[in-house]
Design a protein around this ligand. Sequence first.
Ligand code: NIG
Ligand code: FE
Length: 425
Amino acid sequence: MNTKALYIRNASQLVTLKGTSDAPVTGKAMNELHIIENGSLWIEEGVIVTVGTDEEVRKKHQSQLESVEVIDATNRLVTPGLIDPHTHLVHAGTREGEFNMRLNGSTYMEIMNAGGGIHATTRATKEATEAELYDQSYERLNRFALNGVTTVEAKSGYGLNWETECKQLKVAKKLHEDHTLDVVSTFMGAHAVPAEYKQNPDQFVELVIKEMIPKVAELGLAEFNDVFCEKGVFDPEQSKRILEAGKKHGLTPKIHADEIEPYEGAELAAEIGAISADHLLKASDKGIKMMADKGVIATLLPGTAFFLMAESANGRKMVDANVPVALSTDCNPGSSPTVSSQLIMNLGCLKMGMTPAEVLVATTINAAHAINRGKTIGSLEEGKQADIVIFDVPNYMRLQYQYGVNHVERVLKKGETIVYGGRLT
Ligand code: NIG
Ligand code: FE
């Protein structure tokens, strides 16, 4: 921890997102970034102490200016650290062969039902030692950091048995402790039905409910509980049972909903009070309205739609319907092998019709709320953790306009520089 105060000064645009810590941002308010021009931040012990124009900050801390460390952000955009609220971070191996198969005509679900897809990564993850899994995931976290991401949610779900699910969650916990980035864990034992339960999937559902969820809760290995609610995977009734069981054990529900087929996943998310429903490519109008009424966050994953060559979720419609929208990479080896939250924001604009301001809200404060971290991260306000990105662009629109480029110049985590000039420090 840096004991010296830090003064980040004179950003051409300082995106504060002031006043958003209590609840996710919805509707027209998603276009209000609360920008300070010539903005500065004063940071002490990893926490933001003062936010204001350079003149204001300078005046308030006049007596401390002699001993402070200064970062000049002239002509730069300063934003909260980017947050990724939906990843499958901890997994072994890659699946470029399946990518090639899809480009030769197979579909994602065909590959999975033939024993590939999630099952292929499950085999690789089972075989990997804890150390191998840790090293591969650590490296992925490094690449997230280089792209401006400071907090990552991580799901299990490539074990589908207790031993390997537990191994994944332990690795996520250790990564959170060891890596500069924060890792927030989600249990996703119900990610696929293992081949040996194909004739009797309810037996596997019972195993998740009666054995895995209680152990995850008892060992404090996750905060959230997720399920792949999809035709041919877990149906809405099974998903509901799994998510209700998690709730009983203190795990907050999340759901992979309406990704490939419409399946009333959005409706289920609203009904059970999920913190977020994710994917939603095929969500119904009724489900969208129910989510808006209940304040369920739509975590949209336009990189997944892009990579599966499917039509993206209708982010525009969801924002207009007052659903709080967050964005995420869905980083995983099958449907979205990327760590670029900047590319995801680009796709949010270009494939979902969201504005440059809306995608930034969706990747910072709304993403924080989607993992129950709205009070500590996601905006640049007094008292919040100093997780910050300095982009080498003069304004926030440029980030989306010059798409496909890593614009990060510097990343700070808890007030410490962890990335500078394209390298980890
Ligand atoms: O969010 N849809 C289910 N799970 C992941 C994909 C996992 C995989 O293909 O390995 C997703 O897209
Ligand atoms: Fe996912």
